[in-house]
Design a protein around this ligand. Sequence first.
Ligand code: PHE
Length: 382
Amino acid sequence: MPDTAELEARLAALQAEVGPLATLGEKDLEAAEVRLLGRKQGALTEILKQLPGLPPEGKRAIGAEANRVKQALEAAVAARREALVAEARAAEARAQDRTMPGRDRWTGAVHPTTAVMEEIVGIFNGLGFARATGPEVETEWFNFRALNFPADHPAMDMHDTLYLDLPERRRGDDRRANRSSGVGDHERRGVPDRRVRPEGRYLMRTHTSPVQVRVLLHNPPPVRVVIPGWVYRKDTFDASHAPVFAQIEGLAVDEGISFVDLKATLAHFARAFFGSKTAVRFRPSFFPFTEPSAEMDVSCGVCGGSGCPACKGSGWMEILGAGMVHPHVLANCGVDPERYTGFAFGMGPQRIAMNRHGIHDIRLFYEGDMRFLGQFAGGVTP
Ligand code: PHE
């Protein structure tokens, strides 16, 4: 015989479950509904199954109470279900709210150094100069000696050049290197055999000029190349110096090339890059690998030549070094200096970019600060 008091206690426990239903998520709510109100084995059904065995008085009391608890549970489940549907709808509406302000979409952009380098290379491509590149790890032979630096040149000093802590390149190493660098072509053309000379210490190239040598060793004239790249010097990192900086080198070697070709080519470049009204001037200079050598100035793009802080009042900005390729360099590369002449030039695209944009600190190019870089990104795409 069922116990009326026990059934009353079970009903009270079920009544206590009404409140917490209002906090359940969809899955928990479904499980609770089955557990409490399930037709076959729900807690309430189990209680109702006992009713027939109760005395008439208990039957009435428990029956009425069970009904009340059942309605309370059903109402709570229904209310919670409705609330969950409303919440889901609201979330969806929020996700689709077309009155919300749009989020900026960020796109990648070309770094100002790269942009200026590509622009410069493009101008020379238009003049028939092909792009060439070379390794950043070089040997003393390519970086200095083949370029006619005397053995005691101060640039070779440990203070300026970063030497690598590797064994020197020896004769046997040269043989292997020669096979891959196409030097064999020149041996066939009666070029001095570089294998009998050790290449010296390994170093980080201090300029892009060793690529002149590599190009001439690989390719018989006529040669016209433009060489963008990164170079290394043991400089302190300050507003105007960086230990790693960009250079663009140029080289033209053919029969009958003269200083007139050098001037015309570089003047054309200056006007293409800085604007058609740009004036250029050449000043005598010195490099071991060019003779004669010159530096080229362009009229200041900021003041047009009248003098301003950007050009330190002079009206001119120095942008490159250049000259006629030294006959020793041609000979070192297996090119007959009696037959061929050439010109070469080298410039620092970061300094050119600084002049163009009025940037006063080269370190900005290295810091990755979005406030700086964003100004060259051409705005944000909506
Ligand atoms: N290599 C020289 C430098 O780094 C620049 C240069 C290149 C000068 C070619 C003349 C010819 O300063």
